[in-house]
Design a protein around this ligand. Structure first.
Ligand SMILES: Cc1cc2nc3c(=O)[nH]c(=O)nc-3n(C[C@H](O)[C@H](O)[C@H](O)COP(=O)(O)OP(=O)(O)OC[C@H]3O[C@@H](n4cnc5c(N)ncnc54)[C@H](O)[C@@H]3O)c2cc1C
Length: 578
């Protein structure tokens, strides 16, 4: 960790996939299977064996479109409504059409899904309208099973390389990426005909209430590097004002998880033990009702299981404490809380960017193409809304298959070597300082400011103050941040991505002068939804070294939505008879 190398290597490939969590391995696998002779590299900041949001496993598929239970049309409609209509349906529909084939493939990999006594997939209802949740009793094996497939097709894997910037070609195509080794600081330039970004959510944007930098709901390695890299490469990013805010377990910051407990009879309740929302599926409107309950004096809000039979709770614990987050049982033991005897306190999480649960991401079409030729994105950092783990797998597959076809018809783009020199200087600058501000202080300050000023409800003046404070932090980051070893250098580069994301959050939020997506974009001065002016996406990108935002019309729907269906997700609060 302490050895610092001045090395610089260059390698070439057909397709470079960055991020080896969920979407990335599937993208690389599909590209390699489609063209076994092609050179496909999977580059990962950590180790592909255990990296990403699914590193410890997953409880289930949150959005499985399974014949007999739902159709691609129903799913596309549900996600469009859940996202307040701001949805390019083509990628959602494509996902819905293909995800069953991916489930079957994952099943063959050894990741088994819950079946009923007749041997059919045992799908549960959690969403407001349709039935899409498929439990994974051996979900703890997901990463291992995936990794076995990568070994089988002899994929080239580069672990411990953190990508810091994309390389733009002189002709406007993507030319590759620049990465730095997190153990040696050695530089790697990967030239590629196509690049697929799968770097996950921006999960370290706000600061958890615990104050602990890595105590995040998201995989803590996902610092928003993908969002920052796409931005600096000139790609458009969509709907960044539609934040991710989750209902989590207080002080644990893990999902409560009503998706698992809901089908067993658990639910979200107020301090009187009363249910106040109709549906526990995460949406902006649901989070707004959660927030309102807290403000109403009926908070805190809780996960309520204490009315269930012991055997049912045993079963819930068997999933929640074993598969996805094995630390959860230990958390409850340490705190002395037991689902059988009391409700479990929940809270409103800090903000992040993530399309997996919300809608903010690098803009992509139904082939996972971004606005930069040759550059693709999939998973939590691409703009396909509410796509979760199966969306990462499926859209990763779409990206891999398309990118390998694109690569077959093109050559490597030429890039300007001065870009590599400039990036090396930027990245290595903190190592050259003998004294200064450590990255964790830069990061802490940025994220505390995010909490102070950006956490919704959004107030214009607070956002303007935040912009000024972030400019001051940037000055420290660029002129005074120091790193003592390669590990700290990684943290320094993460701090830089986090600050980029914070600035993007300000810019996108101030641009949209209405409220939409419930709490995610609740602007106090513009409390109403304004379809006349804002029924559109917002696209943010870098132009002439500045951040700009523009409107982009929502593409005509493939699946029509009747007027009376559009408000289904607005009616989240339970109405009690007078
Ligand atoms: C706690 C939790 C519970 C969840 N539960 C469920 C569930 O039950 N069901 C469900 O369907 N979905 C669930 N999800 C959502 C699902 O896990 C994600 O949507 C999905 O895994 C995202 O995949 P991804 O490939 O985009 O990101 P990830 O799998 O997180 O992969 C991103 C990868 O990029 C790497 N990386 C980041 N920056 C760099 C860089 N600069 N250079 C190189 N590599 C980099 C990271 O190390 C990581 O390996 C859950 C998510 C979380 C966090």
């Amino acid at each position: 960790m302490g050895d610092i190398s001045s090395g610089l290597s260059e390698v070439e490939c057909d397709v470079l996939v960055i991020g080896g969590g969920t979407a990335g391995p599937m993208a690389a696998y599909k590209a390699k299977v489609k063209n076994p002779k092609a050179r496909v590299i999977l580059l990962e900041k950590a180790n592909v064996k255990r990296s990403g949001a699914i590193c410890m496993g997953m409880d289930g598929l949150n959005n499985a479109v399974i014949p007999g239970h739902s159709t691609p049309e129903q799913y596309t409609k549900e996600i469009t409504i859940a996202n307040d209509g701001i949805c390019d349906q083509a990628p959602v529909y494509k996902y819905a059409e293909r995800c069953f084939e991916i489930i079957q493939e994952l099943d063959r990999f050894g990741i088994r899904f819950q079946k009923d006594q007749k041997g059919d997939f045992d799908v549960k209802k959690v969403h407001h309208i349709g039935t899409y949740v498929l439990p994974m009793p051996n979900g703890d094996t997901v990463k291992k099973a995936l990794y076995r497939q990568l070994r089988r097709v002899q994929l080239l894997i580069s672990n411990r390389f953190m990508a810091t910037r994309l390389l733009n070609g002189r002709d406007g195509r993507i030319a590759g990426a620049i990465a730095v080794n997190t153990r040696t600081s050695e530089f790697l330039v990967v030239r590629a005909k196509a690049v697929i970004l799968c770097l996950g959510a921006a999960g370290r944007l706000g600061l958890p209430h615990s104050g602990y930098l890595y105590g995040t709901y998201e995989n803590a390695a996902n610092a928003g590097d993908g969002y920052a890299m796409a931005y600096h490469a000139g790609a458009a990013l969509a709907n960044l004002e539609c934040f991710q805010i989750n209902p989590l377990i207080k002080d644990y910051n893990g999902p409560a998880c009503a998706y698992v407990a809901g089908p067993f009879g658990g639910y979200t309740a107020n301090n009187e033990g009363m249910r106040f929302i109709e549906c526990d599926y995460w949406s902006g409107q649901m989070m707004l009702e959660f927030y309102r309950e807290l403000q109403s004096g009926k908070g805190p809000v809780f996960l309520k299981l204490d009315h269930l039979a012991n055997e049912t709770i045993d079963e819930i614990e068997g999933i929640l404490h074993r598969v996805e987050r094995p630390t959860r049982g230990r958390f409850h033991t340490g705190r002395g809380t037991d689902y059988r005897h009391e409700m479990i306190e929940m809270h409103v999480s800090e903000i992040g960017f993530c399309s997996g649960h919300s809608a903010s991401g690098v803009f992509v079409d139904e082939f996972a193409r971004t606005t930069v030729p040759g550059l693709y994105a999939a998973g939590d950092m691409a703009s396909v809304p509410h796509n979760y783990m199966l969306g990462a797998f499926t859209n990763g597959a779409v990206a891999g298959e398309h990118a390998i076809g694109f690569a077959a018809e093109t050559d490597l783009a030429e890039y300007d070597p001065a870009d590599v020199t400039a990036e090396r200087e930027r990245v290595l600058a903190p190592l050259k300082r003998e004294d200064g501000v450590p990255p964790n202080q830069i990061e802490y300050k940025t994220r505390r400011l995010v909490n102070d000023y950006l956490q919704p409800p959004k107030i214009t003046r607070k956002y303007e103050i935040a912009a000024d404070r972030f400019a001051e932090v940037r000055d420290d980051l660029e002129n005074a941040m120091m790193a003592r070893d390669s590990h700290e250098l990684m943290r320094a580069m993460e701090a830089s991505s986090i600050l980029d994301c914070a600035e993007m959050a300000v810019c996108a939020s101030l641009f949209r002068t209405e409220s939409r997506w419930g709490l995610y974009h609740h602007r106090v001065e513009f409390p109403e939804r304004d379809n006349a002016n804002w029924f559109c996406h917002t696209l943010l990108r870098k132009a002439d070294d500045r951040m700009i935002c523009e409107k982009r019309p929502v593409a005509p729907y493939i699946v029509p939505i009747a007027d009376e269906e559009r408000a289904a997700y607005d009616k989240q609060r339970l109405r009690r008879p007078a």
